[in-house]
Design a protein. Sequence first.
Length: 449
Amino acid sequence: MKFKRSSILLYLFFSLVVIGLTAVAIYINPANLAVAKDDENTTYHQLKLFSQVLDLVERDYVEPVKPKKLIYGAIQGMLSSLDPHSAFMKPEDFKELQVETKGKFTGIGIEITIKDGVLTVVSPIEGTPAFKAGIQANDKILKINGKSTKNMTLIQAVKLLRGPKGTTVTISIYRSGWNKLKDIKLVRDVIPIKSVRAKSLEDGYGYVRITNFQSKTERELQKALRKLEGKKGLKGLILDLRNNPGGLLDQAVAVSDEFLESGLIVYTDGRLEDSKMKFYAKPNRVHHNYPLVVLVNGGSASASEIVAGALQDNKRAVIVGTQTFGKGSVQTIIPLEGGAAIRLTTARYYTPSGRSIQAKGITPDIEVPFVPPSETSEEKDVFHFIKEKDLEGHLKGVGEDNNKDETGDKKHTETEAEKMLKKDNQLREGLRILKAFNIYKELKIQGAS
């Protein structure tokens, strides 16, 4: 290639200018290094970096990408870098949350969690498609409609499992003892989330289970207590918060308040004044003057821990079971333009005595690990001593009748409560504690002043 003399001179001139500018830049740069380092942590500096990366992706990525997808992804990444509970919710995710807290959705009816990196069933909801299909707690869901659940988030899994009423979904599950996966096809249905379930265990002893804390929990609890107490009242109550993942803060406060007449329930502390709150119990119109046992385990989290901690610190209940989950942080839902929202951790929970729940949980007063039914003493063959009633021709007792089976025992049909007690050693222990408390109250201790 040929160049004119004037062109060569012009080229050399511009080259010298560029070299000179570079030299000047190198010369003055060290003087500004300290300032540059200080600027690295400013919001402006980082936003400049973000805009550069965004521009590069929009211009140079192998395929065109919509700005909305890039921005949503960036926000998701930013919030997930904070803690496991802060998250960005797309408009459809935010709607899902609003539906869930109101108490009804369409799906298959299971509570799920991520356990040891695997999508795991916490429990099926009674009466739902999953319950009727025989899905059990601790079943591992390895595929949903043929798609692997490895590295799948809970929100992604919930989206795949839920859907319009009448549509189908196939889940591939593994259960301990199986040698291969089993595909189960389920038809989605409307799943009413009944927050409170109650029944009488024995005469005078009630049982209430709260599965989660949603908008109707307080009303459902009050209704259940009225029914259990009836005209005779109760000698004691078991409040079951096991595998309860939490829910609405105001409902946790209301449930605690139902059993407390005064005192601090919970307080929160964060950076902003709005996040520094204290919640106190108020006198109740209906007084529940009976002993209370609260059952907890590693699946009891957040709002469940608030209730357990409040009742424990106020000396209102005996906490029985195993160490709770330890989620003691407050998430605030902040709606955004366009229907999206963010769930942002804004404070920590503290029990009335000042204990932080975060990463510690609630330690039960009486630790009782759960023992599967097959390992309980009730299931083992044990030697039974011969009793008077077993002797042929024994003298009948007062009121004894002939309504007996071939063993000589009175015929009896096992109730739902008896079946529960037989399978659940923690529940049995809770009932024993209540009974022991009432027996102790009736004892006349000699020498007492």
